[in-house]
Design a protein around this ligand. Structure first.
Ligand code: C5P
Length: 206
């Protein structure tokens, strides 16, 4: 069973993906980490994020072990990732790795922006997880506060709106719901509610 989960930043898709993977005993790939990893390598090497050829080179030699790097988390890396993710050769270079992960025996859970549309168009289950920008900003703020980090909720909201715009308006694999994906609006749900909705959808499809 391949479960494809897409949605905007801080929608709750990552948490849902982890829970579903644990529930079904499937491996999970957070595909945002691939783009974050490419961006991190470029910054470490002093490359410019808008240098398409350099970005493609880093993506082609991407080592999956890089995604364990703690430095990939955080708002700045999300922004940087969304810049390199708009370069078509970067997406092309990371495609085979993602497909191979999805096609493991037994299946897998992948979450990102284009899993149901580009990476796994034939996925058994496609979920599109969303929430209002305000709710997503509030969640991010609480998460940062919980880690003892400084919180500027207005800046977080602005960042979320900018990232939504960049991810939805780019030409290469924009963030868009697959025709056959089921929407879960998590604005008024807690984690247990989101997981229960997803499980009900999955059971209904099997
Ligand atoms: O999900 P996350 O916030 O880690 O993703 C960081 C950025 O990577 C996104 O804003 C998006 O631009 C890009 N991305 C993508 N396609 C994916 C996953 C992430 O373009 N499948």
């Amino acid at each position: 069973m391949i479960i494809a989960i897409d949605g905007p930043a801080a929608s709750g898709k990552g948490t849902l993906a982890k829970r579903l993977a644990a529930h079904f005993g499937l491996p999970h790939l957070d595909t945002g980490m691939l783009y974050r990893g490419v961006a991190r390598q470029m910054l470490d090497e002093g490359a410019r994020l808008d240098d398409v050829d350099a970005a493609a080179g880093f993506a082609l030699s991407f080592e999956p072990g890089l995604i364990d790097d703690e430095r990939l988390r955080g708002r700045e890396m999300g922004e940087a990732a969304s810049v390199v993710a708009a370069h078509p050769p970067v997406r092309a270079a990371l495609l085979a790795l993602q497909r191979a992960f999805a096609e493991q025996p037994g299946g897998a859970v992948l979450d990102g922006r284009d899993i149901g549309t580009v990476i796994c168009p034939g996925a058994d289950i496609k979920l599109f997880v969303t929430a209002t920008p305000e709710v997503r900003a509030r969640r991010r703020a609480l998460e940062l506060a919980g880690r003892g980090e400084p919180v500027d909720e207005a800046a977080i909201l602005l960042d979320i709106r900018q990232r939504d715009a960049r991810d939805s308006q780019r030409d290469a694999a924009p963030l868009v719901k697959a025709d056959d994906a089921v929407v879960i609006d998590t604005s008024a749900l807690d984690v247990a509610g989101v997981v229960a909705s997803a499980l009900a959808i999955i059971e209904g499809k099997r």
